[in-house]
Design a protein around this ligand. Sequence first.
Ligand SMILES: [Zn+2]
Ligand SMILES: [Zn+2]
Length: 264
Amino acid sequence: MTAHSDSHAHLTLEQFDADREAVIARARDAGLAHIVTVSSYLGDAERCADLAARHDFIHFTCGLHPHEARRFTEEVAESLRAAAACPKAVAIGEIGLDFHYDLSPREHQREVFRAQIGLARAARLPIVIHTREAWDDTFAILREEEAAAIGGVFHCFSGGIEEARQCLDLGFYLSFAGTITFKNAGVLAEAAPYAPLDRILTETDAPFLSPHPFRGRRNEPARVVVVAERIAALRMVPVDEVAAAATRNLETVFRLVDPGKRGA
Ligand SMILES: [Zn+2]
Ligand SMILES: [Zn+2]
């Protein structure tokens, strides 16, 4: 069976409280080789670590979402450092800038994004970036903080060819979500075939962003298959090729292939 992979899900959220283990079992049945459960809110990293410890094919990230930036303190930084030291922690994220919702002041978001890139550099981990309506600021901060040295993933990539080119030039991977299956996918549908096969990942962002025809319903990792199928159709290649590449790329960017290289 083709090995699919979900580079970005939020399995600790309350939307999964009633049936979390069943959701994880369905992901395994769908052929997922990996799920990365991504922390976003305060205290989430510890919950992600617990979940990852109980499932061999789940890894996790630690970080504070830009929506939560105003809650970042030195104490929070310390808890993220501790979580990042867990053997199953694979990245710092999701971190970045969200100028669409502006739930934290922009200046604060920029500061906390920089601080968490610093954490990633110190922990020698890649980063998982959330950016919305903030391309210029995101690229500027990544350059100024020399984030290319650690690399990582632009999650739920939403740009076109020009943004894709800049991400790739910085050495980052592009992770595509259910948004690519929407009728209004727009320029995103051009970016998916443009990106080289060895730089793309697949994700669900579950419980959010259910792909067509499940749009509007709770999403879950098993539906990453639909995302891979859409990318394959856009690239005019077999879905197995996309799934295998996405899984290989996930293992590379999160250093699951040769853990001996972690911290090198
Ligand atoms: Zn996000
Ligand atoms: Zn997310």
